[in-house]
Design a protein around this ligand. Structure first.
Ligand code: SF4
Ligand code: SF4
Length: 567
């Protein structure tokens, strides 16, 4: 079976590589399944309509065009191979709730076949709560002072309020039209499928089971109820059926705990390799590339993405460095995380190369200007095999390649994407290592070879959990929202150091000197009436009971009579 097909009823006026089936007939190909095609008219896993856009509008010479069309097919095949967006089905019955007045109901009935839906009607004032999802919605209403639960599969709500907007299965005819909403509802009843858009690694999540709420950004930016926090247990709950797949949560997730299932970091990284020597033009699905008519100067190659909000500093820097070029991002909407990431990258590229990294185009006119302006960035190309690496690690390694041995100053990070620098007051730090235990991204580590507490600032998300976990006052603070573009930023920095304290009985090193001194300062005055007990403050846990027992056996009577001391 061949994987790639190019369909055009008018044919194509240059040859394509043999691995791509070229056809001008839909009939001949109706029995086959392909991985990538250029059009929805052919049954295929991926519709890469950027192929026609490129063929129609690129000014590349013919030989480059042939190679680049092949690259677009190959990149999409990688996207398909690495996607983790499993498709699920949901059964939907014809139970529909109308939230409207009687006039609006009459309008709806005019557009329906009689008895097509099992209809209920209520007014919005009595709605108290909506739970569940499309195919299984539960609406709690106030029926003259009594709570009543309605069960329906879909809701038509004129001028829907926040409660409905966040829920899957709720449609507002005032946003589109009655006919559009009814058509949508009919399609859902016959065939409702949804995808898994996010994957989640709780081990690096900065909300999961933490004593205090440190993160939760993904739930904050989610426009639906697809991510909710269980604040009792500090667990995140994901509802893939309620997810729109926009990817906003991915771009704000500091540690990379949430990934975009259709195009993971690994997928973006592998696809980016096809853009070496090309200028990527990133276009989200919603920008409808099929109807975009814009001339592309030489070397510009479209890079289509599914959701419009999931790109972050690590994925964007990957595309920048693998291509060795500036990147154009054409979108009419930017997520909070992507906006901050673009600002960070533009500051970095300005400091190093005196030009922006990402040229943002939010209108067609801005796109035309960006295409004029965009260019390769000399010496910016860098290849990295980032398999198995985490988001911050990928960004740190790529960024350290830009910084090299230079001092490029300081970058200010934004409101939604945070970097920072942990500072420790060495005189109060007892090296108890509570902060190391609190850090789940390995930014803080304990080096047992020299009894040091170390920080790799480039991995720190400045989440602040180490700060709240530190038992000492006036010890650990975080300088928020900076990235220092110096070589030291990427190296382990010693925050505190101490000697180990040898047990006064057996000589075994059992704690840090500062910790022992601190405990002795507090407990010494309390134990001062009993020199043996006072000595236990400087003993390891094996010797402590031994010397106490020895002292007791030597003089049991006298021991119990000692003022303020008892066993
Ligand atoms: S944004 Fe990331 S780290 Fe923060 S709570 Fe969500 S998954 Fe966890
Ligand atoms: S070092 Fe502290 S602030 Fe930085 S990621 Fe670790 S716990 Fe969070």
């Amino acid at each position: 079976m061949q994987e790639f097909i190019y369909y055009n009823p008018n044919g194509i006026d240059f040859p394509l590589p043999e691995k791509i089936v070229v056809t001008d007939s839909l009939i001949d190909n109706s029995d086959f399944d392909y991985v990538v095609s250029n059009t929805k008219s052919i049954r295929s896993e991926i519709t890469a309509d950027e192929i026609d856009f490129y063929i129609n509008y690129s000014k590349d010479p013919l030989s480059s065009k042939i190679k680049n069309v092949e690259k677009l097919y190959e990149a999409n095949a990688i996207r398909f191979d690495l996607a983790q967006d499993i498709v699920f089905k949901q059964e939907i019955s014809n139970k529909v709730l109308l939230v409207c007045n009687n006039e609006q109901k009459k309008e709806i009935l005019k557009s329906m076949v009689p008895d097509e839906f099992d209809l209920f009607q209520i007014s919005e004032e009595i709605i108290k709560e909506i739970n569940g999802h499309i195919g299984n919605l539960s609406i709690l209403v106030d029926d003259e002072g009594k709570d009543v639960e309605l069960k329906v599969d879909q809701i038509i709500w004129f001028d829907e309020k926040d409660l409905g907007m966040k829920q899957s299965g709720c449609f507002d005819p005032l946003k589109t039209s009655i006919d559009d909403v009814l058509a949508n509802i009919r399609t859902n009843i016959t065939n409702y499928e949804y995808k898994k858009f996010t994957t989640y690694d709780k081990t690096i999540c900065q909300y999961h089971e933490r004593r205090e709420e440190i993160c939760g950004k993904c739930a904050e930016v989610c426009p639906t109820v697809a991510i909710v926090k269980d604040d009792e247990q500090k667990h995140l709950e994901f509802s893939q059926i309620d997810c729109h797949g926009c990817g906003g949560c991915i771009s704000v997730c500091p540690s990379g705990a949430i990934e975009y299932a259709p195009s993971s970091r690994e997928s973006i990284s592998e696809m980016s390799r096809f853009y070496e020597g090309q200028i990527p033009l990133v276009i989200p699905e919603k920008m409808n590339i099929g109807s975009l008519a814009v001339k592309l100067k030489e070397n510009i190659l479209p890079f289509k993405i599914e959701g419009e909000k999931f790109l972050h500093e690590a994925t964007l820097l990957t595309l920048l460095q693998e291509s060795g070029s500036q990147v154009i991002f054409y979108t009419d909407f930017l997520s909070k995380g992507t906006r901050d990431s673009i600002s960070i990258l533009n500051q970095i590229y300005q400091a190093k190369y005196q030009k922006d990294a990402i040229l943002l185009a939010m209108t067609k006119e801005e796109l035309v200007n960006a295409i004029e302006e965009v260019d390769f960035v000399e010496n910016s190309k860098y290849k990295l095999n980032d398999m198995e690496m985490r988001k911050r690690e990928i960004f740190a390694i790529r960024l350290s390649n830009i910084v090299g041995e230079d001092d490029l100053g300081v970058v200010t990070t934004g409101e939604h994407v945070h970097y920072g620098h942990v500072k420790v007051n060495e005189s109060t730090c007892t090296l108890c290592l509570s902060c190391v235990g609190a850090c789940n991204v390995n930014a803080l580590i304990a080096d047992t070879s020299d009894n040091t507490l170390r920080l790799n600032a480039s991995l720190c998300t400045s989440c602040g959990y180490c700060e709240v976990s530190c038992p000492e006052g006036n010890c650990l603070t975080i300088e928020q929202d900076v990235i220092k573009l110096t070589p030291a930023w990427f190296k382990e920095e010693i925050l505190a150091k101490d000697e180990l304290f040898p047990c006064v009985e057996c000589g075994k090193e059992f704690a840090t000197t500062k910790a022992i001194e601190k405990i002795a300062a507090v407990m010494g005055p309390i134990f001062k009436a009993d020199p043996v007990k006072e000595r236990t403050l400087y003993c390891c846990e094996d010797c402590k009971p031994k010397i106490m027992m020895k002292s007791y056996m030597a003089n049991p009577e006298g021991y119990n009579n000692k003022e303020g001391v008892s066993l």
